[in-house]
Design a protein around this ligand. Structure first.
Ligand SMILES: [Zn+2]
Length: 709
């Protein structure tokens, strides 16, 4: 959901007419194109439109509407006492001061605006253009408005003290008699949980007792408060409702009473954005998670403020991460999740055809790397049962599907090259051809003198290569279909040959090789999604985290030239003599963001002071700190601003410490370039997953590019 549509929910809470909210949704696409200007105009128009309606309807009694600046959510709650019949809201963006002000005006029963203003504070949001270093979560803070807490008179406070004492003594009869005699509709009370305050609602206070010997009392008290008209969704000062507390305490009975009392099982905490399911997951409450998912209709995809789904926070509040209780809680809750919601599983696609693309003896890009990855994924010690769904039943990409990302003459050339193996003797059909010079000569018509010498060619073609390439591209299309249909929340295509160096005509001019690639699977997948799912998928982002620049993908994106639909960003090592030598700068007109990282070897070799290299690395000039800084500062903000409907990731693991891709000029003993760790990759993919959660229901498909033996 876009930022402005989230703001729509604020308008909704403020009783802005649906027409105004609707227009804010419709303007999302335009807004993204011209972010700052459209944003201002759209928001101001909404306010003006509603204000105009009010003036027209009530012109006689509303001579002028003073504007009231409102800020924090607790102030907003106070804007809704019973005497108010309507609230006018408008928002003004101030790009100079990087702030947004929410203006609200109350109109009371007589049609007059209330006076004096209730608050002069400001609710401030920072615009993303002004602070590119902010993480998306910081940039797009929003809030929901919970029911307002009861205002207490001195007389009622006296009654509340008596009720507090009765609750502490678990004295149900006294609570009833105090409530009846004082006629307090929704009494407050001091709760036994130390975090609660005097003004916290009693139904929430009672819910903190839903465990141990006080459980029966708490259930009875909650039922009583519901009968007496307590709002079931009222929240305490921390933003948690009785449902949140029942979930944290693992009380299925408590949740059932609240559910029957029409409490919202997907209510979000106004500060943390967490639902009862988030809370039950955090505290590892197996029974509560089970009941929430299967009985109370909890949404497994709801997001908290950090764009995490409940599954992402399982057992984070049980104990230290390696403690036995934590591990057990994590395993049992996650296993439960995947058995109740099979669509939460990650789809893993692989195929034996991909092993039939043969390369010369000792080649870095060999079938062994697929087998090594699959072995790890299939080891049941590494994942929960049903967490991964393996699949090898998917079709090869068709000629027409491949054609969407490559020229017709190139695709025909590859098909013909494959046919040459058919009529050979068994021995010669096992021949391995040098691919790059053939493409240069037969597709791009370079003279032999200018093409790559056969004996130094590192991109191979064998009798299984066409089939493997079509199967790889087919896996991406299949994964995209599954994820868009919601049958899997994300997918990883463990396929080869890789594809991101394959350009429109195969070989990309100025590079020295086809880079082990034949068809560009990720680009083919993107074009498939735009062709077959145009109702849902309007914009696709391709992110490339292989150590080498995704020059083939970039060339195809430029050739297709649809910057309103396609975004490409590659983060890679960039240095003289480092393949492919492109990707130094952006191409804004094509929506391409290139993030070159200077290799560690450049700094280690340029000075003689032993403490210098370390500071270059820790200062984020080079190496893993530069990789992470640049993802936070450039990749994530631009990806979030593009607001894709689907995120595709070309994932290469060749920037890892021991991979040959991380070494200077492909020399196994060479100097290191990026030195990423396993944790760095986990972090990077988690960041991309968070953005996908935030903008496109977590739709993320990863495609294997480089990882070398
Ligand atoms: Zn690579």
């Amino acid at each position: 959901m876009s930022f402005i549509s989230r703001m729509g929910s604020v308008f909704n809470s403020l009783e802005i007419p649906p027409c105004a909210v609707k227009s804010s949704f419709e303007d999302c696409g335009e807004m993204n194109k011209h972010f700052k200007t459209e944003y201002t105009a759209t928001v101001q128009n909404i306010g003006a439109e509603y204000e105009g309606n009010i003036k027209k309807d009530k012109a006689a009694v509303l001579p002028d509407i003073p504007k009231l600046t409102v800020t924090n959510p607790s102030r907003l709650q106070r804007l809704r006492p019973a005497s108010v019949t309507g609230t006018v809201a408008s928002i003004l963006l101030d790009p100079v001061n990087e702030s947004t002000t929410l203006f609200c005006t109350e109109i009371n029963a007589s049609g007059r605006s209330s006076s004096p203003p209730l608050s002069q504070n400001k609710f401030v949001m920072t615009t993303p253009e002004k602070s590119p270093s902010l993480t998306p979560q910081q940039t797009f803070q929003t809030f929901d408005i919970p029911p307002s807490p009861t205002e207490f008179s001195p007389f009622k406070l006296d009654a509340i003290r008596k009720i507090n004492s009765a609750i502490k003594n678990l004295d149900y009869e006294s609570i009833c008699s105090i409530v009846e005699s004082c006629n307090v509709p929704i009494p407050g009370a001091l709760g036994p949980h130390p975090s609660l305050k005097p003004e916290d609602p009693p139904i929430v206070v009672a819910s903190t007792l839903l465990k141990g010997p006080s459980k029966t009392f708490a259930l009875k008290a909650i039922k009583y408060f519901l009968i007496k008209g307590a709002c079931p969704d009222i929240c305490d000062h921390s933003g948690y409702s009785a449902f949140h507390w029942a979930a944290v305490l693992g009380s299925v009975e408590g949740m059932r009473v609240l559910h029957e009392g029409k409490a919202d099982s997907n209510i979000k905490c106004m500060y943390s954005g967490e639902t009862p399911l988030h809370r039950a997951c955090r505290y590892g409450k197996f029974e509560a998670v089970s009941a929430l998912l299967s009985e109370f209709g909890a949404d497994p995809c709801s997001l908290n403020r950090e764009a995490n789904q409940p599954l992402d926070v399982v057992a984070t509040h049980v104990g230290s991460s390696n403690a036995k209780a934590t591990v057990n809680a994590r395993d049992s809750v996650r296993t439960l999740f995947f058995s109740i919601k099979p669509s939460m599983a990650t789809l893993i696609l692989y195929h034996p055809d991909c092993l039939d693309h043969r390369t010369v003896e000792g080649h870095q890009e060999s079938p062994r790397r697929i087998n090594a990855i699959l072995k790890h994924l299939m080891d049941e010690n590494n994942f929960e049962p049903n967490e991964l769904k393996f699949c090898d039943a998917f079709p090869r990409a068709s000629f027409e599907t491949v054609r969407r990302a490559h020229s017709s003459k190139y695709v025909r050339f590859v098909y013909k090259l494959s046919q040459r193996f058919l009529c050979k003797t068994p021995r010669s059909s096992r021949r391995i051809e040098a691919f790059t010079p053939r493409v240069q000569e037969e597709v791009q018509h370079l003279p032999t003198s200018k093409s790559k010498p056969q004996n130094s060619c590192d991109t191979n073609f064998s009798n299984g290569s066409l089939s493997a390439s079509l199967r790889s591209a087919g896996s991406v299309c299949f994964a995209i279909d599954k994820v868009i249909k919601g049958e899997n929340r994300n997918a990883f295509c463990v396929v080869r040959p890789p594809g991101h160096h394959a350009g429109w005509d195969g070989y990309v001019a100025q590079s020295v090789s086809c880079g082990f690639c034949i068809f560009n699977s990720v680009a083919i997948g993107a074009m498939h999604a735009l062709s077959y799912h145009q109702e849902i998928i309007k914009r696709i982002a391709i992110v490339d985290i292989d150590v080498h620049h995704g020059n083939g993908t970039e060339e195809i994106i430029k050739k297709i030239n649809r910057p309103d639909q396609l975004f490409f960003s590659s983060i890679h090592l960039f240095d003289e003599n480092f393949y492919p030598g492109s990707g130094e700068s952006d191409s804004i007109e094509f929506n391409i963001v290139n993030i070159p990282i200077a290799p560690i070897w450049r700094f280690r070799n340029q000075n003689n002071f032993s403490d210098f290299p370390k500071s270059y690395e820790s200062d984020g000039v080079t190496g893993r700190h530069a990789f992470k800084n640049q993802i936070v500062q450039r990749l994530l903000p631009s990806l979030r601003a593009f607001n894709p409907d689907l995120v595709l990731v070309s994932v290469g693991y060749d920037a890892a410490k021991y991979d040959i891709g991380n070494k200077r000029e492909g020399n196994r003993n060479g100097d290191v370039g990026m030195d990423l760790s396993k944790d760095d990759y986990f972090w990077a993919v988690s960041q991309l997953k968070s953005i996908a959660n935030l903008v496109c229901k977590g739709r993320l498909v990863m495609v294997l590019e480089g990882i070398h033996a």
